[in-house]
Ligand binder design. Structure first.
Ligand SMILES: C[S@@+](CC[C@H](N)C(=O)[O-])C[C@H]1O[C@@H](n2cnc3c(N)ncnc32)[C@H](O)[C@@H]1O
Length: 277
């Protein structure tokens, strides 16, 4: 297994007492980049800052916390049906905000059932909406999102694709702090498009946290999702594609594109506007 040089400092991470949300946030999740993307795209399109956010599949609600931290008028609703990550995030990200914490509302509910006020921006990140495996369910969800958006509203999801997404893999990546993050994808079912994925962690002392997170998804494509978004009522959909650095790796800069090369694996943002900008 290829490994980067490890820090000489002894890692505090080991399987015993490992906190899977801390490990997840230390490896997979970068809501700062999501936050900046949302504000930039909305502002450049609508010529004003977005104020109200609903974060679906919010987990630890870190994006919502960041949203209210960064602007004095903003409000966020963080929706997840699992009380465990919500509570973890309440303590870790929301309570430390002090007065600003009042502007985040966490809701323990299914995103298909939840009711919230209308918002400027609604997100479903880290591919969580792939939990919906039937087109009819995805359409139902997108219609509900559409209704929850203000007339200038923007819905944003992330998506991954490319031939690599249809293949089995188990990829370790060394993280700061002395642990490895491992993304495992089982063989995709060629007929249903269903795939089981897992996140594992490995520690310097040789212990492991297998199946810290498990996901049962359907692999969706941009074209399928755009068609469903348009059917749900959205007037425009846009794809923001990630650029590459000199080594051909993603550079974290996403630009609006109409066509793109189907690289081995890629990630993109899919943006749907309720009404034509
Ligand atoms: C991959 S995590 C995403 C956490 C975080 N938003 C992120 O981007 O990393 C998926 C989350 O979606 C939640 N979830 C899955 N299906 C849901 C549903 N139908 N309604 C509400 N939450 C759901 C799970 O409880 C889990 O916390």
């Amino acid at each position: 297994m290829a490994r980067k040089n490890r820090s000489k400092k002894k890692s505090r991470f080991t399987r015993e007492g490992a906190d899977r949300y801390e490990l997840y946030e230390g490896s997979v999740y970068d809501p700062d980049a999501d936050h900046d993307f949302l504000v930039k795209v909305y502002r450049s399109t609508r010529k004003r800052r977005p104020i109200l956010l609903r974060e679906d599949f919010a987990g630890t609600s870190k994006l919502s916390a960041l949203w209210v931290e960064n602007h004095r008028e903003t409000k966020a609703w963080a929706v997840d049906f699992d009380p465990e990550p919500l509570e973890w995030g309440r303590k870790k990200h929301i309570m430390p905000l002090g007065e600003k914490a009042k502007r985040v509302t966490q809701i323990e509910e299914d995103v298909l059932k939840v009711k919230t006020p209308k918002v400027d921006v609604l997100t479903a990140f880290n591919f969580s909406y792939w939990i919906f495996k039937e087109r009819a369910t995805m359409l139902d969800y997108f219609k509900k999102v559409y209704k929850t958006l203000d007339k200038d509203g923007m819905f944003v999801v992330d998506i991954m694709g490319g031939p690599g997404v249809q293949q089995e893999c188990e990829e370790p990546r060394e993280e700061d702090g002395g642990f490895a993050y491992i993304w495992e994808q089982e063989m995709m079912d060629a007929i249903t498009g269903h795939v089981n994925c897992h996140i594992h962690f490995e520690f310097e002392d040789g212990t492991e946290y297998r199946n810290a997170f498990d996901y049962s998804w359907r692999v969706w494509t941009i074209t399928e999702l755009r068609d469903i978004m348009l059917e749900a009522g959205f007037e425009i959909t846009q794809t923001y594609w990630e650029g590459t650095d000199k080594d051909g790796d993603g550079d974290g800069v996403f630009k609006k594109k109409k066509n793109a090369e189907n690289e081995e694996t890629w990630i993109a943002y899919l943006v749907a506007w309720k009404n034509k900008p």
